[in-house]
Design a protein around this ligand. Sequence first.
Ligand SMILES: NC(=O)c1ccc[n+]([C@@H]2O[C@H](COP(=O)([O-])OP(=O)(O)OC[C@H]3O[C@@H](n4cnc5c(N)ncnc54)[C@H](OP(=O)(O)O)[C@@H]3O)[C@@H](O)[C@H]2O)c1
Length: 252
Amino acid sequence: MVLAMLEGTVALVTGASSGIGEATALRLAELGASVALVARRRDRIEDLAGRIGDRALAIEADVSLKVQAQRAVEQTVSELGRLDTLVNNAGVMLLGPVQDAPLEEWERMLAVNVAGLLYCAHAALPHLLGAAQDGPRQVADMVNISSVAGRVARLGSGVYNLTKHGVGAFSESLRQEVGGRHVRVSLVEPGAVETELRSHNRPEVQEQIAQRFGDIEHLQAPDIADAIAYIVTRPRHVAVNELLVRPTEQQG
Ligand SMILES: NC(=O)c1ccc[n+]([C@@H]2O[C@H](COP(=O)([O-])OP(=O)(O)OC[C@H]3O[C@@H](n4cnc5c(N)ncnc54)[C@H](OP(=O)(O)O)[C@@H]3O)[C@@H](O)[C@H]2O)c1
């Protein structure tokens, strides 16, 4: 029965306090998984945990801090019992020209999109390998959220492009390393999704982003949650390595 495909498994979703992460946590819970909800905004993840019920665990953590990322993984395993699925979703997108860019914006993107993802991947990997060996499904998943920006570089997105291209390269290398042991590493590359992501940009940059996308119909967070759910519910011998999902009207 489709609805119970992830019964008995445990998923950890980073950036679960809004947007794609929130929608993904809800979707994986619907499929029967217990879910650890990781983000900095405690009120948001506690509210989400309340909506999901007793199979959800809210963990306040800043994944860009090594100790907090490690603790989030360890707390998931100690309180929910195991770890079968890691969705590395937490991210920030701070755009604009390279010239005169605030270095603090670059540092935040590198810290969350790259270091945060690596800390979570490193801490989770032994548990994913264990789940693939003796878990209910004999397979485990790490889903890394990149972007169209991880495929195509654009003027005004240089450092965001750098972080997301890096996520793609790391994912492919790790896929080759652990696929033989039934840990699947997948890359999801969304186009424009209606979330809070762009609201953290400077006003002039937000204006440029709005102009770029005009009034095209954006993806909604549950559209990407569906893609992630598809990946993690494939049979053990099927690995969806990469999914690029754009709004139908998005050109570049
Ligand atoms: N929206 C799009 O158009 C789009 C397109 C392609 C790719 N993506 C990617 O999709 C992912 C999710 O973005 P979204 O669109 O859903 O945006 P969002 O609504 O802004 O969500 C970002 C999430 O990341 C979390 N986060 C940020 N910094 C964190 C940190 N240091 N530690 C822990 N969590 C942190 C935020 O939670 P807290 O603030 O509570 O910590 C929030 O839950 C990102 O990796 C983004 O690059 C989005």
